[in-house]
Design a protein around this ligand. Structure first.
Ligand code: HPA
Length: 262
């Protein structure tokens, strides 16, 4: 059967500060299990405007699973099984680039992976052949254009570029680690961008990141990082993230599934 693009719900993975999406008209919740175990929380099926959406809280709701213990494989597989072929990951991040201070919205275009010890591929175990997927562009190019257009229309201050450095956590970085990441070319730092992006790619899904800067990265300001600062930036910036999601949803739902995805 040939499915039309709009019959696929868009997956949204909410991170720190986005454990639920009140703008969603909820049509049902579903506890699911996958071959890789259980996802972080129930899938919430709903509509954002006219677009069908499946929402998943990356850290559970309430927020209880640390970044290095998220079952990323189960999360992506659950969204895939629910029909999603495009996924937007919302990520709280630290700002390294001088334009990317607290409450700033970023639509990254590249990433560097510094995580270790995480289950980061579906292609292991009892394999018939070894698979190396192309990962040149970790964030879907067509989808990024839609997010960028939505942010422009809303006249939000945002950055349409950014190299996301994914660190292991759960601790924050040292100033020297951030200085090294900056030399590497990272603009942002977060703990959840990988392996989420690569697992989506392995499933043939379009994957996008919508980043909200919640603190200056270590050594980038004259003070240490506090939860109060992070909470304040989430309070200020999450409305913009939600408005971009609402505005871009119909377009994201119309994107055709990638040819590799069934
Ligand atoms: N470092 C890593 N992850 C983060 C940060 C940070 O400064 N802020 C939010 N997530």
């Amino acid at each position: 059967m040939t499915q039309s693009a709009s019959s696929h719900p868009v997956g949204i993975i909410g991170g720190t500060g986005l454990t639920s999406l009140s703008e969603l008209t909820i049509v049902g919740e579903e506890s699911v299990s996958t071959a890789w175990g259980e996802p972080s929380d129930k899938l919430v099926h709903g509509r954002l405007g006219d677009q069908a959406v499946v929402f998943l809280a990356r850290h559970g709701n309430p927020h209880r699973i640390p970044p290095h213990q998220v079952n990323y494989r189960a999360n992506l597989q659950a969204l895939y099984n629910a029909g999603a072929r495009t996924v937007v990951g919302v990520n709280a991040v630290g700002g390294i680039h001088h334009q990317m201070g607290p409450a700033h919205v970023v639509i990254p275009h590249q990433l560097i992976d510094y995580t270790w010890g995480r289950a980061s591929t579906f292609f292991e175990g009892d394999l018939e052949h070894v698979t190396h997927i192309d990962f040149t562009h970790p964030y879907d190019l067509a989808g990024r254009e839609l997010l960028i257009a939505a942010a422009c229309e809303l006249q939000l201050g945002f950055s349409d570029f950014g190299v996301y450095g994914a660190t292991q956590g759960p601790r924050l970085e040292t100033a020297a680690e951030i200085a090294r990441m900056e030399r590497d070319g990272c603009d942002l730092v977060g703990m959840t961008g990988m392996p989420e992006a690569v697992l989506a790619a392995e499933l043939g899904m379009r994957y996008l990141c919508l980043g909200l800067v919640v603190n200056w990265a270590a050594g980038k300001s004259d003070h240490i990082i506090t939860m109060a600062e992070i909470d304040e930036a989430i309070e200020q910036g999450m409305t913009g993230i939600k408005r971009i999601l609402e505005r871009s949803m119909a377009g994201l739902g119309q994107l055709s599934p990638l040819p590799t995805s069934s």
